[in-house]
Write a protein that binds this ligand. Structure first.
Ligand SMILES: Nc1ncnc2c1ncn2[C@@H]1O[C@H](COP(=O)(O)OP(=O)(O)OP(=O)(O)O)[C@@H](O)[C@H]1O
Ligand SMILES: [Mg+2]
Length: 278
């Protein structure tokens, strides 16, 4: 059901619906509906080569749906997604997704989970033997090659999911709340590890998160999705220095940006509350 949104009319069309000169991902006029439910409409976002774009928005606004459209797992109702100039109609090689709930195969060991994408891509046995341990080590899971997911903590399972995505050396990494299911301390460790890995091996990344702090820390830009149907309400440039480290969190501008994103999202929550009171 489409409920008119009280603040939809106030939506600022983002000034920089930025046609990045070297866009790796180009989302153009994207809309998705499920029957009567129009999830989002007219979403335009470009993600540059080696850029991290964080996406925030209230629960149910269509963040996962948008990622699935970018990954080619579902078709949009209108508009299109291009990756490296190719229109996405099915999952493309070189694009990896990390899911919120790890998405590991419980019957496969860490080694075989990490090898999965490589095998799918037709990598040779020698390549698998060389690459898999390298990525297991990169995410700090060395020694756990033969363990099964049930023998790992949540944080370790998330590392395994990350290694699996990284092992195919993707040019595009799509992450759907990758750290939502781990405890706060592990989350912080994984955030900085991912940033460290990104510094070594920069990819285009779309990073969906509920955490405003995480969005500002990870993102070169933060896209705020909101409204019903949702749309890009604002795109915020995160002009904080690189590499992003723990010190970034102490930067006075970090606090300003966090407040800005927070206020933008809280307007939405207040509007929803008003709607309920009617
Ligand atoms: N396969 C589907 N069929 C019908 N409706 C769907 C389907 N998938 C998602 N939806 C609906 O689309 C809307 C957006 O869902 P989506 O999972 O993309 O939201 P989200 O922003 O990722 O939410 P969250 O922050 O809670 O993860 C929701 O109203 C959901 O019920
Ligand atoms: Mg989601």
């Amino acid at each position: 059901m489409n409920i008119p949104h009280p603040i939809a009319a106030e939506r600022k069309e983002p000034s920089a619906s930025p046609a990045r000169a070297n866009a790796r991902i180009r989302v153009q006029g994207l809309a998705k509906r499920y029957g009567a439910l129009e999830v989002f409409r007219n979403v335009n976002v470009d993600v540059g080569d080696r850029e991290i774009v964080a996406i925030v928005g209230p629960s149910g606004c269509g963040k996962t749906t948008l990622l699935r459209c970018i990954d080619g797992l579902i078709a949009p109702s209108s508009g299109k997604v291009e990756i490296s100039g190719v229109e996405v109609t099915a999952p493309l090689p070189g694009v990896a997704m990390v899911f919120q709930q790890f998405g590991l195969f419980p019957w496969k060991t860490v080694f075989n989970n990490v090898a999965y994408g490589l095998r799918l891509a037709g990598a040779s046995k020698a390549e698998i033997r060389e690459r898999v341990p390298r990525f297991i080590k990169l995410v700090g899971l060395a020694g756990f090659e033969d363990a099964y997911p049930y023998q790992l903590s949540g944080g370790m399972q998330q590392r395994c999911g990350l290694a699996r995505a990284l092992a195919i050396e993707p040019s595009v990494l799509l992450m759907d709340e990758p750290f939502a299911a781990v405890d706060a301390q592990t989350r912080e460790i994984l955030q900085f590890e991912l940033l460290r890995i990104w510094e070594v091996r920069p990819t285009s990344m779309v990073f969906v998160t509920h955490s405003i702090e995480e969005a500002v820390l990870m993102g070169h830009r933060v896209v705020v999705l909101k409204g019903r149907p949702a749309g890009v309400f604002e795109i915020i440039e995160v002009d904080l220095p690189h590499p992003r480290t723990r010190e970034t969190l102490m930067h006075p501008h970090f606090a300003q940006l966090r407040e800005h994103v927070w206020t933008t999202l809280m307007d939405e929550a207040r509007a929803a509350e008003l709607q309920l009171q009617r």
